[in-house]
Design a protein around this ligand. Sequence first.
Ligand code: NAD
Length: 356
Amino acid sequence: MNYNIAVIPGDGIGPDIVAQAVLVLEKVGEKFGHTFTLKNVLAGGSAIDATGHCLPQETIDVCKASDAVLLGAVGGPKWDTLPGDQRPERALLGLRKELGLFANLRPAMIFEELAEASPLKAEILAGGLDIVVVRELTGGIYFGQRGTKETDLGPAAYDVEQYAEEEVRRIAKVAFDMARKRSRHVTSVDKANVLESSRLWRRVVAEVAKDYPEVTLDNLYVDNAAMQLVRNPRQFDVIVTSNIFGDILSDEASQITGSIGMLPSASLAKGNFGMYEPIHGSAPDIAGQDKANPTATILSVAMMLRYTFGLTAEADAIEAAVKAVLSQGYRTPDLFTGQGHLVGTAEMGRRIADAL
Ligand code: NAD
């Protein structure tokens, strides 16, 4: 079978890590008999340099004509002085909007071999950790009405949190579908004791839950959820929440794992289309030095195979290869604690590809 993938290496370490993810993808193709047709396109700082725009129309067109998108990372000090609406990171918002990516999936898992990297005590994490945060990505306060106005207290600014029932319903379905394939537990996070939009959120999630009798639903206020994530993270399976709460909680969840270079993410549209990228940024401090950990991007490829292409065995094989290489003691500098073998970006990628 042939699959079309738009590839956006981006800036900083983006090209370094994407090269390794492509190597792994090609190895999967060889081993399992698939053809992956890759088309490289520009976004972010490199696109600004080449075309004057962070998200050229050609990139949007190629992404729309593909089955999935693989993205490295964008941004860097070279473009930091540009006004907000012209910065490389703006390309991410543009891609989400143009491609209709309304659901952001961020797994926070701990590989046994890396348990010591977590800032939490070993007894809190005994037995491992495997959470997915499902964040609504195209609604809420980040996209609501905003403005400035005069008030009795002087100049003021406002941003509006608004959710339509349909926006909540579709993200809740993504979360319940996912929970069905995992430990069958959804925790919906809101602030329903204060916010009207959260009360609507909670009501709609409860309605969706009726279609999934085998999945347990809990509701938590966001302040309590933030606390529970560090007190007892193992109580969670799938967390579903709004754009702003998900932004914060998914960063908190990823910090629990202690290794930013290990965590993948997926942003999904209606149907099977998705954009896959590591959760970290372009790490300009180590770009082009063969120091970046390519594993988050390689695991993003595994998510692509699983969620967009339905290639479960192939996704499992990549995850097993990552585990095998970690258990053999290979570590990029971000994970190296003095024991095992210190390797660079290219060797890590090659070893994972070879372990397939
Ligand atoms: P960052 O994630 O790029 O880096 C934070 C720290 O983690 C740095 O010390 C970096 O060296 C390290 N790090 C990140 N990824 C790593 C990897 N794979 N292997 C080893 N170490 C890794 O965050 P930042 O420094 O805040 O941002 C740098 C640039 O990236 C900024 O321009 C920012 O806007 C952009 N950014 C882009 C995205 C994206 O493209 N999705 C996300 C976040 C930040």
